[in-house]
Design a protein around this ligand. Sequence first.
Ligand code: ADP
Ligand code: MG
Length: 290
Amino acid sequence: AVPLVIARSTALAAAKGILIRDRIGFEKAREVTAVVFDKTGTLTKGVFEVTDLVALGSMDPEEALAIAASLEGRSEHPIAQSIVRYAKSRGVKLRPVEDFRAMPGKGVVGRVNGIEAMVVSPGYLKEAGLEVSDGRVDTLVRQGKTVVFLLVNRRPAAAIALSDVIREESREAIATLKKMGIKPIMLTGDNRRVAEWVAKELGIDEFYAEVLPHEKVEVVRQVRSKGHIVAMVGDGVNDAPALIEADVGIAIGAGTDIAIESADIVLVKNDPRDVPVAIELSRKTYRKVV
Ligand code: ADP
Ligand code: MG
């Protein structure tokens, strides 16, 4: 039988919008010493807005936007959705795309009007030996913006800058965890400068940037190997293996089904402040039992 105090805590948690999917994970939460947060969609809203489009080489900016948006029309990534929204608001018509393929954590590729086009991360650009040196792009990166690149026939044709918004609640969540003696850590596929800026804004001292989807689980392993009991908080498909690897997996309720199914605890209100609340509840519940 389930001890009364635990049954009561489970009900109390549910009333607060904290869903316990795995009781063992919830019990482990009281021992957590480090919380690894995914950045996009967890600490930030994950709703990007295009702020700038910089044409590179001889590409016409409107043409660049049309090609990029056509490709992104086939992707479900939050960056893709914002580029499409931006293009549509400017009256751009999407064109047919052939041979479309998503490269998780890196970008998208396909043929638009028979021409090979890609929209990719700065990390991919570096990997492909196509680094762009342009003062306008450097300025956008310095402003903490997420920048992606349109490549046409493998040549940089435009840089698109986007900004995401930090959730107001994230600040308090991080401060509370620190007060509880728990180390907050951030993890993201986004570029180092954006990561640095968000971490600084939130008071997070340790972060990992430009992490590819399959490397997220490695980060959790690395933190565990330092002797930490780790909780991982995420929302995306890419986060699922890391949620399973962590001692306690916590999914944001608005996240993907795969993230939710991989988690021990689900935050129904999508509020990062519920991370310390869940840990505190675990501490109280099991303190009374032993
Ligand atoms: P996160 O870890 O922040 O949730 P992802 O792993 O999904 O991010 O993506 C990492 C990076 O890969 C993005 O910041 C972006 O540069 C690039 N990327 C991924 N998908 C796309 C896409 N559809 N269009 C453009 N860039 C993309
Ligand atoms: Mg994410």
